[in-house]
Design a protein around this ligand. Structure first.
Ligand code: GRF
Length: 221
């Protein structure tokens, strides 16, 4: 059984707004978790300042200092295993992970991706959604597998695309939606409600036929 609070490692490469939201949600007493460690693969990631301000231990594992992906990942694992975390939360972490790494943390490795997967895996999702005249866009929280952005999806938040949207405006609303979705799904882990078994997501003991769906409504200004 998982002991409360759930011990998290958050892996980032950049801005760290999802990290900030997770930390805020914990501080507000709305998430029974503790961020034990933040790891960035980029020394200059703005998210490191977020970790510093919250007094969270952090490590930089700079992929450029390792000869190959495997040794880089050994560097990551050394920190993760030292911190004895329950869950590894990718939040804007921009490195592809090997099958070996993903297997090592099977069922304990989550990512948030800014699209309604399987649509728009990969980069530049907002511009691609607009170019495809998508009427809806959004974000997905999924278990990480060796297939990039291809692991089983737990939940999605759907964001209507507006006529006047440009990539930045759409990205802003999707990010707001992400900030609601990620802590919510992490809360399910805190309550031991979600698990991955044989490639299928289980919620409250039942297999999910499809990801749980949320509809995002923009906050009024
Ligand atoms: C988010 O859009 C997330 O979905 C994607 O990378 C971005 C990270 O943003 N994987 P931030 O660093 O959390 O602000």
């Amino acid at each position: 059984m998982t002991e409360l609070p759930l011990r998290l490692a958050v892996l980032i490469s950049g801005r760290g707004s999802n990290l900030q939201t997770i930390l805020d949600t914990i501080t507000q007493g709305r998430l029974a978790a503790r961020v034990m460690l933040v790891i960035s693969n980029r020394p200059g990631a703005a998210g490191l300042a977020v970790a510093r301000a919250a007094d969270v231990p952090m490590a930089v594992v700079d992929h450029r200092e390792y000869p190959d992906r495997e040794s880089f990942e050994h560097g990551l694992s050394a920190h993760i295993d030292d911190a004895a975390v329950d869950l590894i939360v990718l939040a804007g972490f921009m490195r592809v992970l090997t099958a070996e790494f993903v297997q090592r943390y099977h069922g304990r490795l989550l990512n948030i991706h800014p699209s309604l997967l399987p649509a728009f895996a990969g980069l530049d999702t907002h511009a691609r959604a607009l170019a495809a005249s998508a009427r809806e866009h959004g974000a997905s929280v999924h278990f990480v597998t060796a297939a990039v952005d291809g692991g089983p999806v737990i939940a999605q938040t759907r964001v209507p695309v507006l006529e006047e949207d440009v990539p930045d405006s759409l990205a802003r609303r999707v990010l707001e939606a992400e900030h609601r979705l990620y802590p919510l799904v992490l809360g399910w882990f805190c309550e031991a409600r979600v698990a991955l078994k044989l490639g299928t997501v289980y919620l409250d003991g039942l297999p999910l036929a499809a990801p749980v769906q949320f509809a995002y409504e923009a906050q009024r200004e």
